[in-house]
Design a protein around this ligand. Structure first.
Ligand code: AQP
Length: 327
């Protein structure tokens, strides 16, 4: 029996943070036994905003090493670099002719990232969701594990695939997003009403996976908390404490109710110290594993992954080209 296909990607657009890890990468690891998984370092997405070439080269390998550290097994899953498989750019162009300007104008990530600078951002940033649709559709993907911020892009992917199938013949598989009940949107430490993000200006907004543990502890101690003193999950009224409860719970494996009981009659200070400690324990263990993986091995895994991904992608691209009359 063939296992259903999973595809997901992570951009080497900055330093990966615990939001990427808890919302997306932990799902990748958990799903790899029951699905046929393909995980991609989506470098073509990263260049939709200006990147320093040397940092980008370094980060591509870093993301591959982080995948391996988290527990993605290259024997079970394909791990590769997006630009090593040219079919992504090619299908993306074709899907640009299927997508409507009105579809892309609705994308909240574009609105957030372009802000008041809309006229000056790249056309690539505007077309980013179409490239993401190509990534997913090339592999006949059924399930896309992502954080909550990417759900709208998966919805667009579904719409584009349906439109293509309607205009031509049933060619593309319609995928579904998969998000976690807890951890799908880890919020910024400095502003818990905004998601934790690689590109947020303040480093104090996020815990990076490669942060020095003592620095990460300081970031937790500085995190914005709410009025009152009760440690209670209530996202509407206590977004800061609720976010820290989620982080503690996901790292320690204790459920939120248990944590609330543990901190009855204790203040925010004691609670933050406990969260900082969990973060320190996690990062120390994680980074020890990371340091055992070398860049050359990670590069080889990416190259091998691209060799395995290319024929799968080529098959879908060939079908698409036949349907639209390109060959
Ligand atoms: N704060 C978050 N909480 C939970 N999941 C998150 N993800 C991103 N931020 C959070 C998920 O991580 C995966 C990889 O993200 P990406 O590389 O595609 O980047 P992104 O979604 O655009 O968000 P980032 O990491 O903050 O990067 P920048 O700042 O460059 O936009 C995705 O599945 C994403 O949902």
């Amino acid at each position: 029996m063939l296992k259903p296909r999973i595809f997901s990607g992570v951009q080497p657009s900055g330093n990966l943070h615990i939001g990427n890890y808890l919302g997306a990468i932990t799902q990748f690891v958990a799903l790899q036994n029951n699905y046929d998984c393909i995980f991609c370092v989506v470098d073509l997405h990263a260049i939709t905003v200006l990147q320093d070439p040397d940092s980008l080269r370094k980060r591509i390998i870093e993301v591959a090493r982080l995948f391996l550290t988290a527990g993605i097994d290259p024997k079970k899953s394909i791990i590769f670099q997006q630009s090593d498989v040219p079919a992504h750019a090619e299908l993306s162009w074709i899907l640009n002719t299927v997508a409507r300007m009105s579809d892309l104008k609705k994308m909240t990530q574009f609105k957030d990232k372009s802000g008041r600078e809309e006229a000056n951002v790249s056309a690539g940033l505007f077309a980013y969701p179409v490239l993401m649709a190509a990534d997913i559709l090339l592999y006949e993907t059924e399930v896309v594990p992502v954080g909550d911020d990417q759900v709208q892009h998966v919805e667009l992917t579904r719409d584009l695939a349906k439109r293509f199938n309607h205009q031509f013949k049933e060619t593309l598989t319609i995928p579904k997003a998969k998000i976690l009940k807890s951890g799908a949107r880890i919020m910024g430490l400095d502003d818990p009403t905004k998601k934790m993000s690689k590109s947020a200006e303040s480093e104090y907004s996020r815990i990076e996976l490669l942060d020095e543990p003592s620095v990460a502890m300081k970031k937790i101690m500085r995190a914005t908390t709410d009025s009152g003193s009760e440690v209670k999950y209530d996202y509407k009224n206590k977004p800061g404490i609720s976010n820290l409860l989620t982080i503690h719970s996901l790292l320690s494996g204790k459920d939120i109710k248990t944590l609330e009981k543990e901190f009855v009659n204790k203040g925010y200070g004691d609670f933050k110290k406990a969260v900082a400690n969990e973060v320190k324990l996690f990062l120390t263990k994680f980074q020890a594993k990371y340091n055992e993986i070398d860049d050359i091995d990670a590069r080889k895994i990416l190259d091998d992954g691209a060799k395995r991904a290319r024929p799968i992608a080529k098959k879908t691209l060939k079908k698409v080209k036949e349907e639209i009359g390109l060959n």
